[in-house]
Design a protein around this ligand. Structure first.
Ligand code: FES
Length: 142
């Protein structure tokens, strides 16, 4: 049975995806990557538990996340949460972006099945690592 359908199978976990989550999975925002000269922060994060991977590129301009893109090799929840994360942090200052947690991403999607909530951590981890990368690059320029 597809993951996004409610059903009555007798075994295995039941997954229920909200309409917002399905929308971000089927029509993900900010998919792609930034060219080397348009990017000043990058991260590649993997979830050893399931083998999924997320690559995140961002460009900080005057203290604001001016552009952010991702590519994900992951489950529908990983793709939808990455897409929502990009929507939430796009145009935000660094402190405002760092104040966003995986719970905010889950809430913005209208909820994520409990056994899929670890997927929302990928985006947050990648964002923090990409901002750390940005910070190191800025320090190297000083
Ligand atoms: Fe791997 Fe969702 S199952 S990130």
């Amino acid at each position: 049975m597809p993951e996004n359908q409610a059903g009555t199978m007798s075994s295995g976990p039941m997954l229920f995806y909200t309409e917002t989550l399905i929308d971000h999975f089927t029509n993900p925002r900010n998919v792609g990557e930034l060219a080397e000269d348009a990017c000043n922060g990058y991260a590649c994060i993997g979830d050893p538990g399931c083998g999924d991977e997320l690559k995140l590129w961002l460009r900080v301009d005057q203290g604001v996340i001016a552009d952010i893109r991702f590519k994900s090799y992951g489950c529908p929840a990983a793709i939808a949460t990455s897409s929502m994360l990009c929507s939430l942090v796009s145009g935000k200052t660094i402190p405002a972006a760092l104040a966003i947690h995986d719970d905010d991403v889950v809430q913005a999607l209208g909820g994520v099945s409990e056994n899929k909530q670890h997927c929302s951590l990928l985006g947050i981890k990648a964002l923090r690592q990409a901002l750390l990368d940005w910070s190191r690059r800025m320090e190297a320029l000083e």
